[in-house]
Write a protein that binds this ligand. Structure first.
Ligand SMILES: [Zn+2]
Length: 299
């Protein structure tokens, strides 16, 4: 944030945003690191109100110059390219539309009819984009069925994030079971009864359990290495752009196949075979869990 200008008598707060100096700006089409080309002239977005005051963001969105795609405005994190509202304000309008009439929402948010229709149109487009993508387990009969019924299916199949986590979790558990047996035979029962600790997220543990688990996962145990592989693989889902996500996966896959942990190597090979439909997640950002509720909203 650069500055804030209070125009209280006009009922408005203006917030001026300025970007950091950065060496690389990602191309919005391919994510390649590009040089800054220039800044667009100032644009405005209406954001959620601050107290009772309409809040307007001002910024000059940077443009990147990609070798393959030319000069493009970068992806703005707070709004869709064509909108004069922030994503938060659009989400609020959609939430209220579920509970009240268009007329009521137009009045409450002080929008014009064109503006509320623009917000609804973009919500429908987002919903349709997601509906056409299909999240599923990496199980062949499902894949064949979708290929049969959906045109250009390969670009729309998304192997579900939770299934990817489950396959990796199963592999970690195989490593743990085998290692636990070996340790027990030597009188070491560190891994006994820890099965679920390796599947849960440490943030969901009690402080005492978390400390104990931290000791385990920082140990020299094979299970700890397998767990680190799983967590690192799942970091794939935090990427916004495809190119760095692919790089991350190549690096991870190399680590996994050299890990000498057979279940992890097998999981890595399976994920590599399915990778083109795992990376589609970055384009569609769906999982089975959320597609249910998105479908309900489209209806
Ligand atoms: Zn590009």
């Amino acid at each position: 944030m650069d500055s804030v200008d209070l125009k209280l008598e006009a009922g408005k707060i203006h917030v001026y945003l300025r970007h950091h100096e950065m060496i690389d700006w990602p191309c919005p089409q391919c994510g390649a690191a590009c040089k800054l080309y220039d800044d667009q002239p100032e644009r405005r977005w209406r954001h959620l109100d601050t107290c009772q005051y309409q809040t307007i963001l001002h910024a000059e969105p940077p443009r990147s110059e990609c070798r393959d795609h030319g000069v493009k405005v970068i992806k703005i994190p707070w709004a869709e390219p064509s909108s004069r509202f922030t994503a938060r304000l659009e989400a609020l309008a959609i939430e209220w539309l579920k509970a009240a009439s268009q007329k009521a929402v137009v009045g409450l948010l002080k929008l014009s009819w064109d503006e509320i229709h623009g917000i609804m149109g973009r919500a429908v487009q987002r919903g349709l984009g997601r509906r056409q993508a299909v999240a599923m387990d990496m199980w062949d009969p499902y894949i064949e069925s979708v290929r049969e019924h959906l045109p250009e299916a390969d670009g729309k199949i998304v192997f579900d994030k939770f299934h990817v986590a489950k396959h990796l979790g199963d592999a970690v558990d195989k490593v743990r079971r085998k290692e636990s047996k070996t340790l027990k035979a030597a009188g070491d029962d560190r891994l006994a009864g820890t099965r679920y600790d390796w599947l849960r997220h440490p943030a969901s543990m009690e402080a005492k359990d978390r400390r104990e688990f931290a000791e385990l996962r920082n140990s020299e145990l094979k299970t700890a290495r397998a767990w680190a592989l799983k967590e690192t693989a799942m970091a794939l889902y935090d990427y916004i752009y495809e190119r760095p996500a692919r790089k991350h996966f190549r690096w991870w896959h190399g680590w996994a196949v050299r890990s000498r942990l057979q279940p992890m190597t097998e999981a890595a090979r399976m994920l590599k075979r399915r990778f083109e439909n795992i990376i589609t997640y970055l384009r569609h950002r769906i999982t089975n869990a959320s597609s249910e509720s998105i479908n309900a909203k489209i209806q």
